[in-house]
Design a protein around this ligand. Structure first.
Ligand SMILES: Cc1ncc(COP(=O)(O)O)c(C=O)c1O
Length: 387
């Protein structure tokens, strides 16, 4: 397998080789995840969700990779993420999910990014600016069916639909809504949201107008559990990266993680009883122990809440993180075992002996969710791509 260095990593060229801490992404696995999802949903389209640095996997590289696989649509949360993709030469349509302020409209039009219109007022604002500039905006209308985040309420949907018939400088390409908890075992609330969305589609029928061509609702939970929500396109985020959105979700589609995070031993010592380890002196041994230091910390997204909780893999064995995780360094108790400077340490993912630390493990130790673990891995960690 070839190693490709991250193009927009802060550690270009040789520097990504000399940083002992790195994230490795298996592009082949990502392609398999996509194939698996596409197989499950038949002829519907898959939108690749690239927000938050492609869930930590690298915005531009993953965008380029999915473009090479001819995915039909991308999405990001923020305008700037879309601009970054365009500046890297990405041509695939890109929907920006996030809320819109007036000053952003020119950039949306300049970079040909699809705008989310969450209200009549915002749609009219987009229309007015597009008209002034003599351009046409591509727009998806968002309806709030139960998330209470963004979008016109389902019970006021008719207002936005009727307003969308009046615009001349916007192409209303899509309509969508978002599930609040499609990843729970009990899907009753999701089904209520689905009914509300279907009623919105019913408004088009009542008015005798065909709905916009891209109707979408399903995030990963929806893709896995609620077939009726697939419509024309699905938006699986975390599932594309090979991680299930929760422990309770029905694992109807096989996927595997593509990301691993490793570091190296950079220091070895014996710690004596009565000599506490790291800030705050929260860990102390009652016998001499061997301790190694790793060049990774919360400044890289290895959460401080992993202090005295997480495990790492060295030479095929799991060992505990001891004391507080520092900004750039972390200590590990290897007890009476051997480890040497330069030994590889697995923080997340599989080691060469077949042992594995999952993103769910890290999330549990840090009292958070897999999403936060992945999206928090910092820019300081170089990404390396296997293809
Ligand atoms: C509007 C929208 N669609 C789809 C997704 C993808 O969600 P998930 O990663 O749970 O599939 C997100 C992410 O939160 C989102 O905000």
């Amino acid at each position: 397998m070839a190693l490709k260095k991250s193009a927009d990593s802060r550690f270009r060229g040789e520097e990504s080789d000399i940083r002992p801490t790195r994230v490795t992404i298996d592009l082949k696995q990502l392609a398999e995840n996509y194939a698996s999802i596409q197989h499950a949903i038949g002829n519907r389209k898959v939108m690749a969700v690239l927000k938050a640095n492609a869930y930590g996997h690298g915005l531009v590289e993953i965008g380029q990779f999915f473009e090479s696989l001819s995915l039909p649509y991308f999405s990001v949360a923020y305008l700037e993420e879309g601009i970054q993709l365009r500046k890297a030469g990405i041509k695939t349509p890109i929907l920006v999910f996030g809320g819109l302020v007036k000053e952003q409209i020119d950039a949306y039009l300049e970079y040909d990014l699809t705008i989310t219109a969450p209200s009549v007022e915002k749609l009219e604002m987009i229309e007015a600016r597009a008209k002034e500039l003599g351009k046409t905006a591509t727009v998806h209308l968002i309806f709030d069916t139960g998330m209470e985040r963004l979008g016109v309420h389902y019970y006021n949907a008719r207002d936005l639909i009727e307003a969308s018939f009046k615009v001349e400088h916007c192409v209303i390409e899509g309509i969508y809504t978002h599930f609040a908890n499609a990843d729970t075992a009990d899907t009753s609330y999701s089904r209520e949201q689905l009914e509300r969305f279907k009623n919105i589609l019913g408004i088009y029928e009542e008015l005798g107008v065909s709905r916009p061509p891209l109707c979408h609702m399903a995030n990963s939970g929806g893709v896995l559990q609620i077939e009726e929500s697939w419509f024309d396109m699905v938006r699986p985020g975390i599932l594309m990266y090979g991680v299930y959105p929760s422990a309770e979700v029905n694992r109807t589609i096989p996927v595997k993680p593509a990301l691993s995070w490793t570091s190296k031993v950079v220091y070895f010592k014996v710690v004596q009883p009565g000599h506490p380890v790291s800030y705050g002196s929260t860990w102390e041994s009652d016998e001499p122990v061997r301790v190694v230091t790793l060049p990774v910390g919360y400044g890289d997204g290895y959460f401080r809440s992993l202090s005295n909780k997480a495990q790492v893999l060295i030479r095929g064995q799991a060992f505990p993180v001891i004391g507080r995780v520092c900004m750039d360094q972390t200590m590990v108790n290897i007890s009476d075992q051997s480890a040497f400077n330069g030994d590889e340490v697995t923080l997340l993912g599989a080691d060469e002996f077949g042992n594995q630390l999952t993103v769910e493990d890290l999330a549990a130790w840090a009292n958070t969710i897999p999403y936060e673990v992945l999206t928090s891995i910092g820019n300081r960690v170089p990404r390396v791509y296997l293809d």
